[in-house]
Design a protein. Sequence first.
Length: 383
Amino acid sequence: MMVRTTPNGAPMRILLVTTGLKVGGAEHQVVALARAYLAMGHAVAILSLSPGRELDLPADAHVVELDMRKTPAGIVRALWRARALVRSWQPDVIHAHMVHANLFARVLTRIVRCPPLICTAHSYREGGRMRMLAYRLTDRWTSLTTHVSNDGRAGMISAGAVPGDRIMVMPNGIDIDRFRPDTTLRDATRARLGIGSDTRLVLNVGRLVPEKAQDLLLRAFGHLDTTPPAHLFIAGGGPLHGALAEQIAAMGLSPRVTLLGPRDDVPALLNAADIFVLSSNIEGLPMVLVEALACGCPVVATDAPGVEEVLLDQGTIVPRGDAQAFAHALGAALRQGRGTTVDVAARRDRALSAFSLDAIAARWLHLYASVARTASLPQVGVA
């Protein structure tokens, strides 16, 4: 694979700035890009604003955790540590991810001579009016803003966060070797979960937070009859675990619904599943849908932002908040199951055609090199 280089022909030094390194779609993408860049021969540093790691970081990456406190003094100390990193590590490009890291990196350009900065928004709602105002006031301090979906890009333009000619869409990517159909893994995982061949396994993966609307999913699942028999597994942790457990018990669904908690075996779960379900009200670009398609799994999802961009014609989309419509679509999908080998291949082809991590990483490197060639260094207050 061709390695994109700096204008002088050397491999690039890429500084990735992230709000944190705990489990989340954006965090997973930062780590996945770091691995891809390292494999292509580039140097990578990862700067995390918050402490703690739940992800397996590449050994060759230089990782700095700022443990930033949300106080004026804490922010100043974090900026000064980041300033020291930029001066010592001397990146060729800085790529920030998520709203806090994006705004932090923009302020960083004011106190140290920085290379071109690219800021990526991952959520359809990056925040309320104050965050949109902060984006707008600091827009000139970054070379370019990107969003992971067309819906998200349009939302930021509409909110006045960034002019249309200053934001482009760059989707996330997945490791196509990690997420792929595997019948042996499917059988072993179903056996481990206690699911027989006569039972449909329905899977949801996501944080247990209001935006993911798993309460609606439970209501929809409760409307289903028992033909064919189905068991719902919800993988993920979060503040709503207790409330969802109470809802499951109150609805009498305990024999048919299991809260798995946080998991590190999502490819195995996706292979085991007969249907993947997404009940979200808010998304950016829901990469778990890409992962499901790459594993050949059918999908039923709400029309949250970014969903249609992922699925196109390879899934069923229902209105947000409509438990009856969700139940109807889920029932039809359960009766059909995984479908034929042609159906499985078509879903995987959709994922690979637009969301292969290697292809996305190559696009990013092309953009980095282009920005490095054409953008002048930001004007800063302190050298």
